[in-house]
Each structure stands twice: as C-alpha cells, then as structure tokens.
Design a protein around this ligand. Structure first.
Ligand SMILES: *Cc1c(COP(=O)(O)O)cnc(C)c1O
Length: 388
C-alpha cells in the first residue's frame, strides 16, 4: 500500500508506541480495582495516584485537584454543568465564547433549557474573543466563564492570562469561575495553571498521542461540582465508576512525554507551518483563516475561493493525504461551521475551507508532496464548479 500522509492531528493522534507499551501490563497483570483493600487493589490504587501526580506535575497543581474522566467532552460537560448545578444559588448566568467546541456549546444550551442565562461572546475576524465584550457581559449573577485556550478549527489562541485577570477583577466573593478547554493546546502550549490563572481546565488523551476515551478536568481546590455520573463514590465522589487504569496510565504517560518535548517540537512545527502557509497562499484566490501569529504551531486553515472543501478532501484522500474540512458541522448540513460563521467568513470562502494539522510524524517532504498535487486539484475543481 502507498504511504499515507496524515495531516489531521487535530482530529486525533496515533498512540505513541512507548505509551501503548506502558499501558499493556495494566490490562492483564496489574488489573485490580483501586477501591479493593487487598494487595491487587492497593497496587492499582498506587498506580492511579502516581498517574494523578504525573498529570498534576505537568499542570503545576495539587494531585487532588485532578479528576480523571472519560474524554475531553466529558470534562467540558462536568465543568459547565457540574459548576452550574453546584452554584445555581449564587447566580444563573454563564458566559462562553461563540467558537467553543460543541461539548461546551451543547452543555450551555442544555443549561439554557434549565433556566440559566448564557451569553455567547463574539470574536474578531481572526477568532480572538473581544475582551470588551467579556467585560460588558459579566454581572453579579455570573458564576462561570468558559473560553477555550486554542480553537480546534482555525487554531486561534486566546489570551487566557488576560482573560483570567479581567475575570478576577470582577469577582463577587468567589464567582465567576473560569474554565478553559485546552484539548487542542496541550500538545504545543505550556499548561502551567498558575500562570494561566484558570479555575478549571480540560485536556484529553486523544490529541496528545495518548489513548482516546480518557481525559481529565483540573478543578481548583475549593471549587465544587455536582457530579454528572453517580455511583460508587470514586474520584472523591465526583465521578462514579471503576477507574480506567490502563487508559489513565496511557494518558499520564503521553502528557508527561509531550511536556518534555513541547518547546522543541513547537518550534519545529511552527517552522513547518510557515513553510506550508507561504506556499499555500501562492495558490490564486486562497486565504488563511484565523490569526497570523496567535495560532497553534500545527494548524493551517485555508479557504480556496469557489470550491467545495469536501470535494477537495476526497481528492486529497484519493492521493493518500488525510485532511479535514470542518466547514460542515454535520453530514446533512452543508452550512458553514459555527466557527466560520463567528469570524464572518462569507459562504463562498467558507465552503472551500480545508484544515491541515501537523504532528510529530509530519516532515517537510510530506508538505512538498501535498504542494506538488494541491494546486492542480484546486484548479480542476474550479473548472468544474458551478460557483465559477
Ligand atoms: C477533541 C476536542 C474535544 C473533545 O475531546 P474528546 O476526548 O474527543 O471527547 C473537546 N474540545 C476540543 C477543543 C477538542 O479539540
């Protein structure tokens, strides 16, 4: 089979072989239930707490502030709904950005149906949340603000530290709390919670060369959440269910590994990104979406005027290249994504959007290969497109 070029690392990453190997014994040998009192149970418990220490070290927080979950989606759900339900007597107002992941947006709309008031913050045309709108949105009733660290579609990075200091200035006793979804940022950005100044932070294994179906939520000491899943009282009664030890091990291992290599790898990816962008924007009627500088080192989101992104995706796939469109949010809805709408991309541009996301196996040769075929494919689609 011909070699494939995978440029969709923002969708998910392969599991690092070293991580997979580290997980292996926890399926068959060290299999105990961490809640059991016997030796097998105590070994599993020690393993779980070691993983918690590892994650806490990377985030620069206390181990008891780490809650292991089943995904980034679940962490977002707990952050939004868990905090809202625990603090409803303090106020019923929540603020989110309009370009959040659906896990945050759908949680917010669920809360709206329960009687909470939600403000959706606008962004600039490059996808940066307007601080003045945030300032105007905060009221004494605001209990939670959720703004992602970096966007999964267009890669724009938010000024999290500025946002957290702005929120603290508006503190009514303890609220509002500040949650950030850092799933996309975890591979390339520093996650020191003390520097970021957030109260809750979401990351997952799926985007950092760990297993899918596992994540964590940092919850600052003193912040209460109503559990979404109740049962055996695991995770300090914040999430019922026997802990998924092999996956938690894999997640902690992946995070530790990526943290060590982060600054070097970010530099390498940024250089590749710039190399790619320079070539891409030479294709006629092509534009880069998102912010030119405040963007993830591995994200390139472009629009080719007058074509269908999905058609280009399929042609590229046929040529061995995996990319994403992220322009249609669901299969039977061809309207532009909520992110492209929020940055005011016109339909003609939004429809021709492609997201390339680079990762640790991406080389300059891969990009050269793509640039060898891409201009011709775009031209071919433009010649048959009814939009022209
Ligand atoms: C991938 C992603 C999620 C969802 O994570 P899962 O582990 O797939 O549930 C949430 N937020 C962002 C920004 C993501 O990129």
């Amino acid at each position: 089979m011909k070699k494939r070029i995978y440029l969709d690392y923002a969708a998910t990453t392969p599991v690092d072989p070293y991580v997979a190997q580290k997980m292996q014994p926890y399926f068959t040998e060290i299999f105990g239930n961490p809640s059991s009192l016997h030796t097998e149970g105590r070994n599993a418990h020690t393993t779980l707490e070691n993983a918690r220490n590892d994650v806490a070290r990377v985030l620069n927080v206390q181990p008891q502030e780490i809650l292991f979950t089943g995904s980034g989606t679940e962490s977002d759900n707990i952050a939004l709904q868990g905090v809202a339900h625990a603090y409803r007597s303090h106020g019923r107002h929540i603020v989110v950005s309009s370009i959040e992941h659906k896990a945050v947006l759908e949680s917010a709309s669920k809360l709206e149906k329960e009687g909470f008031l939600v403000t959706y913050l606008p962004t600039s045309s490059t996808g940066i949340v307007k601080l003045s709108s945030l300032k105007d949105a905060l009221t004494p009733q605001t209990i939670l603000v959720s703004i992602m660290m970096a966007n999964n579609e267009i890669g724009t990075i938010q000024p999290i530290r500025k946002i957290s200091s702005l929120i603290k200035k508006h503190h009514q006793t303890i609220t509002p709390f500040f949650h950030t979804d850092a799933c996309q940022a975890a591979g390339t950005m520093n996650l020191d919670v003390q520097k970021l100044g957030v109260d809750l932070l979401t990351i997952n294994g799926s985007k950092i060369y760990g297993p899918k179906g596992v994540g964590c939520l940092y919850i600052k000491n003193g912040v209460r959440i109503d559990p979404l899943i109740v049962g055996g009282g695991q995770e300090k009664k914040r999430r019922g269910g026997t802990e998924n030890i092999p996956y938690i091990i894999g997640f902690a291992e992946a995070l530790t590994r990526i943290d060590k290599k982060r600054s070097k790898e970010s530099e390498r990816l940024t250089a590749l990104r710039e190399y790619f962008i320079k070539k891409l924007i030479k294709i006629p009627k092509t534009r880069l979406n998102g912010h030119r500088i405040h963007r993830l080192p591995n994200n390139i989101h472009v629009s080719f005027y007058g074509i269908e992104g999905e058609s280009l995706l399929l042609l590229l796939d046929h040529h061995g290249v995996a990319v994403s469109t992220a322009s249609a949010c669901s299969t039977n809805d061809l309207s532009p994504s909520h992110v492209l709408k929020a940055i005011n991309a016109s339909d003609e541009w939004a429809h021709g959007s492609i997201r390339f996301t680079l990762g640790k196996y991406t080389t300059m040769k891969d990009i050269d290969y793509v640039m060898n075929i891409l201009p011709k494919l775009v031209e071919r689609l433009r010649n048959i497109s009814p939009l022209q």
